[in-house]
Design a protein around this ligand. Sequence first.
Ligand code: F6R
Length: 609
Amino acid sequence: MCGIVGYVGPKDCSEVLVSALTKLEYRGYDSAGIAVFDNGEIKTVKTKGKLKDLEDKLNEVGKPGGNVGIGHTRWATHGEPSDVNSHPHSGARVTIVHNGIIENYIELKEFLVSKGKTFESDTDTEVVTQLLDYKYNGNPLETIDDVMAELKGSFALGIMFKDFPDRVFAVRRESPLIVGVAEGESFIASDVPAILKYTRNYYLLDHDEIATLTKEGVTFVDEHLDPVEKELKTADWDMEAAEKGGYPHFMIKEINEQPEAIKTTIMPRIKDGLPCLEECGITLDKIKDFNNITIVACGTAMHAGMVGKYVIEDLARVPVTVDVASEFRYRNPIIGEGDLVIIISQSGETADSLAAMRLAKQKGAATLAIVNAKGSSIAREADMLIYTLAGPEIAVASTKAYTTQLSVMYLFAFELALAKETVSSAECKRLVSALMKMPEAVQYVIDNCEKKCKYIATKLITADSLLYIGRGLDYALSMEGSLKLKEVSYIHSESYAAGELKHGTISLIEEDMPVIAVATQTDVIPKTVSNIVEVKSRGAKVILVCTDICARELKDDVANYVVEIPHTDELLMPITAAVPLQILAYYTAVNRGNDPDKPRNLAKSVTVE
Ligand code: F6R
């Protein structure tokens, strides 16, 4: 999704903007640009392509020299990636950058055309530029407020008015935006990593608030233009956490960070050997009467929800429905008072997940958010909140966010089972103790399986298509393994419940087609093995991820390659079994020459529908 930055201060603004934009590259983009007040005039340089292309262009045409400006990386929604569709967009008196979607841009455009305005680009953003220009009354705050009242959809905007060369304005509705502050300078950004080089102090802009950045500092007003006092936040991770730290890619760095991330996430939530989620607003009393749970999320987060379903149903005997947020929000779901809706989201800004949560609240359900990004919209609006403490996840493909989401799902399932009295305190303690061993188990898998997975990945690079199979929890995990591989390697891949193959999908199997089977659940291993034999005898090349116990019992030729992982409590196996699947995906992408951190067409934070 688009990235926004802005700067007011003593430094060379062009340099600050480009440097800050590099920290937002992970969001995915196809063009970039900056606009800076240069001797009282707004000078804009923008181009289709990457930041390197922008830097080349800046060298070619000359960097604007000045101390006040805005910048943007664009992920195309309205109009193809091109120089003209790139941001910033300018009217006669105003220049803006935008993240989000203006849903009523067609009717606004028609109105503006009827008033004689002309448009250069195909973007919805230019409509905002022209509307600001049209409504401008000499008072920027009143003008912005007036325009906001007309806009439908989501937006975060950085705005400069030609008449006010000493300031940048910022406003947001739904799309994320923070305001960073340091001595004598201030910043706007779509995400914290963009400002970490300069400051760790920032404000979260609320919906429909307007920030004014000047050399003297930052002021905020609400939609009635009344001043707002805001709480200054401090980022609890630093530049190093947002840098590659010697790894070639963020994805492999984040895979390696999982033991620490899981530990950081679970340890503060365990007391006397039992889960303790009081600080997250969760007590036994508060959750004991939930008899119906829906988990809503997108992509990887939804896959964490699939594991959550198996675990909650197994331990707490409460029925759980898992739904994709974009479907849930439009299907009039049957939920209401007394029900619990769990929203899982790394970014906390995913438009569909946010809308799903609001719908759940509207229908009277209680909401619990499992979120990684502090202070994000979903985190702020949920009734109960458990943060995954994974630190910044920069690679587009989610890894440590997934395993920390799983860890939180386990803690919640244990707590719910206690509340429902479906497990004893002693059994719960045993489960918690097994969970506490997971950081070590994950570290073991990383240390012992990376080499083998790297080798197996060399066998996958020429595949056109793959299947992932498993049963029960292994099936839930296969979904994530398959998504991971396809999103970074661009090889078509599907996950299937192993027992379902013979009802149609097995006809796809042909000589040398890779099938990745996950078998960690002892009670269904013989069944999964039968399914493996079925595909292998039809020519499939089988890669089996299984426990050491399972590997010992299998015949040598059951699979072409076996990745053994240590046997832990079986309910917890998805945490360790996820790791080889992540590593396989990573090396397959690298072997195919792809950048695993920025897969084509994808964005890290999906703030549009
Ligand atoms: C895949 C991936 C996505 C996200 C999905 C939801 O690796 O990262 O599928 O899981 O876009 O994003 P969040 O968790 O930010 O709501």
